[in-house]
Each structure stands twice: as structure tokens, then as C-alpha cells.
Design a protein around this ligand. Structure first.
Ligand code: CAA
Length: 294
């Protein structure tokens, strides 16, 4: 089941990263966005990342040119019809995913494998939007995609083991370490990460420590690259809140219940780094300043 032609739907933070690593691995990549300005923004971010690698000397300029040549952008879904694999990385809303998968199921030939990069929605439910649940699975990448080494390969009870095998091989070709998991909300990483992040907010609410002290504790005491509140700002409070609610709905377990402070920060739009404000103020992105919450 060779995979050479990869389509990526969505060229935001995750989609652009996936398209980049796929093109760097030697695959022919077509990345699709809904509008030309969004596509241009995503392609520019790939270009910036590749240039950074060239400047650091980890990628030769000639290789960068080959990566560019393997990558094409489109706003037309029909252009994905020749793909061996389609990876979807669009907005985390089931109706939008339903519309996309229903359309792609008509456009792409039967052998094309479909994969979703969802972090929280049901792979099984999405597979049932198509006539090919046996060729449908999850491929969950981590932010920033070019740096993070893990890919969760998520099978449903209907996924053909050969499709699972092909996805595992592809993730390895992308330079990632694949882990196999089943379609349970949160898979492995978010199952463990989300309660940890929510607990950090609870600790802050209860006055266990300041923002900086909570972050430094986990950085310096446990060797994490970022403290949990910095990580929440990095992932986005809205994203974490959304995932936590879906997980709470699935497991009905308090560990996944978003704490009131997080809910209120989302209501304020204080969603972290991308909003310029979360647990830290990012007016100077190079020097985030912890904020006070009373
Ligand atoms: N794109 C590409 N490369 C990037 C990057 C980006 N957005 N951000 C950083 N890098 C690269 C840098 O160029 C640098 O490369 P070199 O070592 O080759 O020079 C390297 O990453 C380290 O970057 P920095 O020195 O600038 O900063 P850092 O050491 O603090 O690392 C980090 C930044 C990689 C983001 C690190 O802090 C980290 O690993 N943080 C944790 C991230 C994490 O947990 N991600 C998972 C989030 S959960 C998720 O994604 C799933 C979900 O479903 C919500």
C-alpha cells in the first residue's frame, strides 16, 4: 500500500506543519485551504520554517527547493482526487468535517486512505460520513509539527489492519515516532495531558502557587520543556476548553471538567499566546509577563 501522493486539507498551524513534514519526507503534497489568503498565509509559514532550517544549516538550499517543488497549494477540493492519502486538519467542528468527508468520499477513488488530525472528535463517527470506514483512521500530530516527534495512529473497530500498518510506516517516513492507539476520546496524549493542564489551573485557583511558581515547578522539578500554564497559553485556552468538554462528555469524569477560571478566561477571549494574553501577557512575545488573577 505505497503512499506517495499526500493531500492535506487545512493549511493552518497543524495543516501547514503536516504538509511541510510530508514534503520534506519526499512525498508529493497538495495542500488545500478554503480561500487564497488563508492558503497564502499557510504556505508563507512553511516557507519561513524551511528558510529557518536553511539559515541554521540543517537543510541545504537545494533540498529546500526540492521540498518547494513537491508542494503545491490549491483552493479546489477536486485537485485532491489523485491522492493516496488525505489528511484532514480543518476546524474542530463535526458538521464542517461531515461536509468535507462527504465531498471527498465522492471525489477520491476507493483506495484513497482518509485520516483525520482531530485531537478530540470521534474517528468512528467521521468514518461513518464515508463509504470507506475500513480505509479511515486518525493521524494525530503535535504542535509544533516540524519539531514534535510523536504521531498517534488511531484505528477504529473497522480500520483495515493494512491501512493501520501503512499509516504507521508513513509516520516513520515523516521522521516521527508512531504510537498505535484506539478511538477513545483524547487517545493517549490528551487523556493524560488534559487532566494535568486542568489541575494546574485548579492549583492556581486554590492559591497553591503563583503562575510562575507552578510553571517553574514542572519545568525544573520534572524537566518539562514548558510549565503547564505556559503550555496552556501555547495550545490555546479555547482549544483546551473545547477538548476538555468533549472528554468530560465521553467519560463523565471530574478529571476532565474544565475549571471555572479557564471557562471565564475563554469567555474573555484571553486564549493564550495567539490572543496576546492568557496566563501571561505577550505584548513583548520574547518576554511573556505573568498576570495576576484575584
Ligand atoms: N515551528 C518549527 N520549528 C520550531 C517552532 C515552530 N513553531 N518553534 C520552535 N521551533 C524549533 C526551533 O527552531 C528550535 O530548533 P533548533 O533546536 O534546531 O534550533 C527548536 O524548535 C527549539 O526552539 P526554541 O529554542 O525557540 O525554544 P524551546 O527550546 O523552548 O522549544 C518548543 C520550543 C519545541 C515549543 C518546546 O518548548 C516544547 O517542546 N514545548 C512543549 C510543546 C508541547 O507540549 N506540544 C504539544 C502540545 S499538545 C498538542 O499539540 C496536541 C493537542 O491535541 C492539543
Amino acid at each position: 500500500m505505497p503512499i506517495e501522493k499526500v493531500a492535506v486539507v487545512g493549511c493552518g498551524l497543524m495543516g501547514s506543519g503536516i504538509a511541510q513534514v510530508a514534503a520534506q519526507s519526499g512525498c508529493q503534497v497538495t495542500v488545500r485551504e478554503v480561500s487564497q489568503p488563508l492558503l497564502d498565509k499557510g504556505l508563507q509559514s512553511i516557507e519561513k520554517n524551511l528558510q529557518r532550517l536553511v539559515d541554521k544549516g540543517t537543510l541545504a538550499a537545494a533540498e529546500r527547493d526540492q521540498v518547494r517543488a513537491r508542494l503545491r497549494g490549491t483552493t479546489n477540493l477536486e485537485d485532491l482526487k489523485d491522492s493516496d492519502l488525505v489528511i484532514e486538519a480543518i476546524i474542530e467542528q463535526l458538521p464542517a468535517k461531515r461536509e468535507l468527508w462527504t465531498a471527498l468520499d465522492k471525489i477520491c477513488p476507493k483506495p484513497t486512505i482518509f485520516a483525520s488530525n482531530t485531537s478530540s472528535l470521534s474517528i468512528t463517527e467521521m468514518a461513518m460520513f464515508t463509504q470507506r470506514p475500513d480505509r479511515f483512521l486518525g493521524l494525530h500530530f503535535f504542535n509544533p509539527v516540524p519539531v514534535m516527534k510523536l504521531v498517534e495512529v488511531i484505528r477504529t473497530i473497522a480500520t483495515d489492519p493494512k491501512v493501520d500498518e501503512a499509516a504507521v510506516a508513513l509516520a516513520a517516513r515523516f521522521g516521527k515516532t508512531p504510537v498505535r492507539t484506539t478511538d477513545r476520546t483524547g487517545f493517549i496524549v490528551n487523556r493524560l495531558l488534559v487532566p494535568y493542564l486542568l489541575d494546574a489551573v485548579r492549583a492556581l485557583e486554590e492559591g497553591v502557587g503563583s503562575i510562575e511558581d507552578i510553571d517553574n515547578s514542572m519545568k525544573l522539578g520534572c524537566g518539562h520543556p514548558m510549565g503547564p500554564l505556559t503550555l496552556l497559553d501555547f495550545v490555546g485556552h479555547d482549544t483546551t476548553y473545547y477538548i476538555a468538554n468533549i472528554m468530560f462528555d465521553e467519560f463523565k469524569d471530574r478529571r476532565f471538567a474544565p475549571p471555572p477560571l479557564l471557562k471565564r478566561m475563554v469567555a474573555m477571549g484571553w486564549n493564550g499566546r495567539k490572543a496576546g494574553r492568557g496566563f501571561y501577557d505577550y505584548s513583548d512575545p520574547a518576554k511573556p509577563k505573568p498576570l495576576q488573577f484575584t
